[in-house]
Design a protein around this ligand. Structure first.
Ligand SMILES: *[C@@H]1O[C@H](CO)[C@@H](O)[C@H](O)[C@H]1NC(C)=O
Ligand SMILES: *[C@@H]1O[C@H](CO)[C@@H](O)[C@H](O)[C@H]1NC(C)=O
Ligand SMILES: *[C@@H]1O[C@H](CO)[C@@H](O)[C@H](O)[C@H]1NC(C)=O
Ligand SMILES: *[C@@H]1O[C@H](CO)[C@@H](O)[C@H](O)[C@H]1NC(C)=O
Ligand SMILES: *[C@@H]1O[C@H](CO)[C@@H](O)[C@H](O)[C@H]1NC(C)=O
Ligand SMILES: *[C@@H]1O[C@H](CO)[C@@H](O)[C@H](O)[C@H]1NC(C)=O
Ligand SMILES: *[C@@H]1O[C@H](CO)[C@@H](O)[C@H](O)[C@H]1NC(C)=O
Ligand SMILES: *[C@@H]1O[C@H](CO)[C@@H](O)[C@H](O)[C@H]1NC(C)=O
Length: 496
């Protein structure tokens, strides 16, 4: 009996002893079970630590911002605070710190690491090996050379057989460095890279090595190779990254549409801004890029004309940006339509947004698009528009459509010619009230009355002029009247 009693007491005291431990484990980790050892070791209150006095810590956004705050990398003690912290910062900003190299970084659950605007010229082999959660790495605005950027800097964690890849790294920014080519195998340890930014490195040419490196990025979706002094692209550049959907090649030296685009079947977005591409006509036109939805050709200094068929093969285009081409004076009415069934029918892209602002357009051809009414955005501002019959569709219909859908885009659409209308808003000239579109219903009665009254007036004044012999009066007002006449005639043609 006594032994049983002792045994029972022992069991009960064990339960009492263990109970708070169990509940503590559950409470602290919000339902997820963790090995008890970690709960026994108290977590550091990171927000109250020195590191969060030095840097700014934002627990809500899981962000630690040490930009302009560090003379050097975190000390081993500081890393330890972070590693044992009650919060793991998913975003770490270490920008503008004059750091010159990247050492092998200790294990930490950071997902986005910003090391931009430092003076980094060397990276230790396997520097990011223990940052297995890393998805985004920003190394832009540093002093990295092609020589320093070897494949092994991206080496992943060591496993029994081999080095594993940095399998979570999706986005890598190498912009604004001193690179002029990429090592063939640069991306061998980061095979799942989806976004690569190389802008503002003076490559001048994408050589064989660089092309091989890029074709190693088979998961690549976004490639930014702007401002790299490139004259063209290698014809086979799209063979490797088959899933590439966004290409940014702004600010290069292209004077023609690169032949490589013939093979850019899956490209959805293309930015060609600030290239000295000449007139889009003849054989300098866009090839069939059937997936392309977004095309930007802005700030092109040498573009005067977009000819027939120039954009015809882009039959999936929804957004076209042609703004700030200060010399661009003409877009052919057949620039976008595609000839089908031997010329009986035309196909048009399903355009939703069209930006033609800040160019040198005077006239917008009505047949450029059929379903103008499907446009959500039409920017016609800051062009020297011609407000006469040759541009009637824009002056009378399109500007009204713009005023209804996006009123902000309706102002600053201004007549440059004819001189009588110079400086007036196209919207104010549109459907001139007195000579406007034919009204309907009861207004006919009023119109009738006005016409009768006017004709009486005209007859009377005619008689007066005849009797007084003021024949010169007609000549003086002739030019103004011509403007009115042409407006009248295009108003009569007008129908929605
Ligand atoms: C606990 O988990 C829920 C849902 O999983 C989450 O919304 C909540 O923020 C968590 N609380 C803590 C303290 O982590
Ligand atoms: C980096 O160097 C510049 C110039 O030498 C200095 O002005 C700046 O304070 C330094 N930044 C940091 C974070 O130490
Ligand atoms: C990275 O992790 C490995 C294995 O856990 C460890 O041996 C190594 O010391 C770590 N490296 C650093 C710099 O902490
Ligand atoms: C054109 O775009 C639509 C969606 O906007 C898409 O479903 C279709 O597959 C695209 N066509 C091609 C050839 O990519
Ligand atoms: C715009 O076109 C006119 C001719 O219509 C030309 O005289 C003028 O120089 C052009 N403006 C610019 C900025 O190229
Ligand atoms: C369309 O095709 C017909 C017959 O091939 C041709 O006569 C016509 O000029 C073409 N139109 C355009 C705009 O390409
Ligand atoms: C432009 O639209 C506004 C309403 O958004 C309307 O009040 C105005 O009369 C319109 N202007 C013209 C000239 O139709
Ligand atoms: C256009 O008309 C509006 C009101 O009708 C007026 O406030 C505006 O000054 C006019 N703008 C121009 C440039 O004529």
């Amino acid at each position: 009996m006594k032994t049983v009693y002792i045994y029972m007491t022992f069991v009960i005291s064990m339960i009492v002893f263990l109970l708070p431990l169990n509940s503590a484990t559950e409470k602290s980790e919000n339902g997820t079970t963790v090995p008890p050892e970690t709960t026994l070791k108290p977590k550091t209150d990171v927000l109250k630590s020195d590191i969060c006095t030095k840097c700014s810590c934002d627990a809500k956004n899981s962000l630690i911002d040490c930009s302009r705050k560090l003379a050097n990398w975190f000390s081993p003690e500081e890393w330890e605070i972070l590693q044992n912290g009650d919060i793991t910062f998913e975003t770490m900003k270490l920008s503008h710190n004059n750091l010159t190299n990247i050492p092998a970084l200790p294990t930490y659950g950071v997902k986005k690491l910003f090391l931009d605007y430092n003076r980094i010229s060397s990276i230790t082999v396997g520097a990011f090996q223990n940052l297995t959660e890393l998805t985004k790495l920003d190394l832009s605005n540093n002093q990295l050379t092609s020589k320093a950027l070897i494949p092994d800097v991206f080496k992943g964690p060591y496993s029994v057989q081999d080095f594993e890849p940095l399998k979570n790294l999706k986005s890598l920014n190498l912009g604004y460095n001193r690179l002029h080519l990429l090592d063939d195998d640069l991306f061998e340890h980061v095979p799942y890279l989806e976004e690569l930014i190389l802008c503002s490195n003076s490559f001048q040419v994408i050589d064989k090595q660089t092309e091989t490196a890029l074709s190693g990025c088979s998961s690549l979706k976004v490639l930014d190779i702007s401002y790299m002094e490139l004259k063209t692209l290698p014809e086979t550049i799209f063979h490797g990254p088959q899933d590439l959907d966004t290409l940014i090649v702004s600010g290069n030296l292209f004077d023609k549409i690169p032949k490589a685009f013939d093979y850019a079947d899956n490209l959805k977005r293309l930015v060609l801004d600030e290239n000295p591409i000449g007139n889009l006509e003849g054989d300098n036109i866009f090839p069939a890029m059937t997936s392309l939805q977004y095309l930007s050709c802005a700030f092109m200094p040498n573009l005067f004309k977009i000819g027939s068929g120039a954009l015809s093969e882009l039959q999936n285009l929804t957004e076209l940006i042609l703004s700030d081409n200060t010399q661009l004076i003409e877009i052919d009415s057949h620039a976008m339509c595609k000839n089908v069934t031997g010329g009986d029918n035309f196909d048009y892209p399903p355009l939703e947004k069209l930006y033609l602002n800040n160019c040198n357009f005077t006239v917008l051809p009505r047949d450029l698009i059929v379903r103008w009414d499907k446009l959500h955005a039409l920017d016609l501002r800051y062009n020297p528009w011609l407000c006469d019959i040759s541009n009637e569709y824009m002056v009378n219909y399109l500007i009204q459509h713009v005023n209804k859908s996006t009123p902000i885009l309706a102002s600053n659409v201004i007549c440059e010619n004819p001189t009588e209308l110079k400086g007036l808003e196209v919207l104010n000239v549109s459907n001139n009230k007195l000579l406007g579109v034919l009204p309907s219903g009861a207004s006919w009665v009023w119109i009738g009355l006005i016409i009768v009254l006017l004709s009486i007036l005209v007859t009377l004044s005619g008689l007066l002029v005849y009797r007084r012999g003021y024949c010169g009066i007609g000549k003086k007002k002739e030019s103004a009247r011509r403007a009115l006449y042409s407006r009248t005639s295009f108003n009569e043609d007008f129908h929605i």
